[in-house]
Design a protein around this ligand. Structure first.
Ligand code: SF4
Length: 409
């Protein structure tokens, strides 16, 4: 057997046109195309669906899925592996499994030892430094779909590490992207990181910056969220802020402001640059989707909102949080969650992240009488950056069906 030389593809595999039709067949939706070109609304009887002006697949996801299809076409006879979910949407991952792409993260996936004949697709979130080194050492062929916006975060984290700043990452510690970003800090001697999930954790970091505290308790709380050997007395003296790109923008800004103020309180405004750095690492696609749904909420008188996307999709959950601050909101994985005009299954917006390990049925709760039974109903609709249009389109069609069912004949 003649093996291809070990190589890294970072700009696709020159098969974009070849896979375009298959991609459209798998993920496009005529209903959604119509809505997008027709004012982002669709009316049927008493029900009107208002779609946010930015929704669904972002540029990074679009590219990653495209490259995965190109990879399958380019290497029809070779074992192709994804390091994990290509994006956090079960429909897309299942399509890739059906195309014969295997997932290294699937615990029961039988696989040959990785070697020069293996093709590894790196997802849009990227992988850790050590994982990448392992694939290179085995001379695997790599198709790297790491999103440019993620690479941008890494560059800044690297700069923090070389300048002696701890990377303070606002993110979910077990999320692939956050793990990959944190690992960038460790490429340099003395590089360190600390991951904070929310404002409560940030507050505890800020308290420690201002006046120290119980070192042991601090280390216990951040045991799985800090670099090895982390010492808050030393490693909180200089921090540089970074984000998982899909966090809630408003919350990331607050994290930054809290840390900045804590540093001013501790060292004085004149010394701020010596102790604190920040840059905006929420990607523009995430921000656009959050801004668009907020604008929809501000513009229209809505009765309820539906947010479509994988339950482990961070950016989808954040869209649901924005909506739920203003009106009844249902985060649904797909059309199957919309059982009837009186019953919907959905993931509670503030469900703990630990629930994500459970099967879908155990993550969902049931709401009844969720669709007002009479009168005009305005539904706000959006979808996370990993949700394909056909999944959103099916939800719209089901809503129309419900509206039809409840209309007088
Ligand atoms: S959400 Fe942003 S960072 Fe993530 S893949 Fe999409 S564009 Fe890239």
């Amino acid at each position: 057997m003649i093996l291809l030389p070990s190589v890294i593809f970072r700009k696709g595999l020159n098969l974009k046109e070849v896979v375009a039709t298959t991609l459209a067949d798998d993920y496009a939706s005529a209903v959604i195309d119509e809505m997008a070109s027709g004012g982002f609304r669709r009316a049927l009887g008493r029900l009107t669906v208002h779609l946010a002006k930015e929704f669904g697949f972002c540029y990074g996801v679009d590219r990653a899925v495209d490259y995965a299809y190109q990879t399958r076409t380019r290497f029809p006879d070779r074992a192709i592996y994804l390091t994990g979910e290509i994006i956090h949407n079960p429909h897309v991952n299942d399509k890739l499994r059906a195309a014969g792409i295997r997932f290294l993260s699937d615990p029961h996936e039988p696989r040959d030892p990785l070697g020069p004949d293996s093709v590894i697709i790196i997802p849009a979130f990227g992988v850790t430094v050590s994982e990448l080194a392992n694939y290179k050492q085995r001379e695997c062929t790599l198709v790297d779909t790491t999103c440019g916006s993620v690479l941008n975060v890494w560059k800044n984290v690297e700069r923090y590490a070389t300048d002696g700043f701890t990377a303070l990452i606002h993110g979910k510690v077990h999320h692939e992207e956050t793990q990959a970003t944190a690992s960038q800090a460790l490429r340099y001697p003395g590089g360190r990181f600390l991951v904070v999930l929310d404002l409560d954790q940030t507050q505890r970091v800020c308290d420690y910056i201002r006046s120290g505290g119980d070192r042991r308790a601090f280390l216990d709380e951040f045991a799985h969220a800090a670099s090895e050997g982390f010492d808050p007395n030393r490693d909180l003296e200089r921090i540089g802020l970074a984000n998982q790109t899909t966090m809630l923008m408003s919350e990331s800004l607050k994290v930054g402001e809290m840390c900045r103020q804590a540093m001013i309180d501790r060292y004085g405004e004149a010394e701020l640059n010596v102790h604190y750095r920040a840059f905006d690492t929420i990607c523009s696609a995430t921000q656009d989707r959050q801004d668009a749904v907020q604008s929809l909420l501000d513009r229209e008188q809505l009765n309820l909102a539906i947010v479509v996307g994988g339950y482990n999709s961070s950016n989808t959950r954040n869209l649901a949080r924005i909506c739920s601050a203003q009106l009844p909101t249902y985060h649904v994985a797909d059309v199957k969650s919309l059982r009837s005009p009186t019953e919907i299954h959905h993931r509670p917006v503030d469900a703990p992240l630990s629930n994500l390990a459970k099967p879908r049925s155990q993550q969902e709760i049931t709401a009844t009488d969720w669709l007002p039974a009479t009168g005009a109903v305005a539904v706000g609709l959006t979808a996370g950056a990993s949700t394909p249009n056909n999944v959103i389109g099916q939800v719209v069609q089901r809503l129309e069906q419900f509206a039809g069912e409840s209309l007088p004949k």
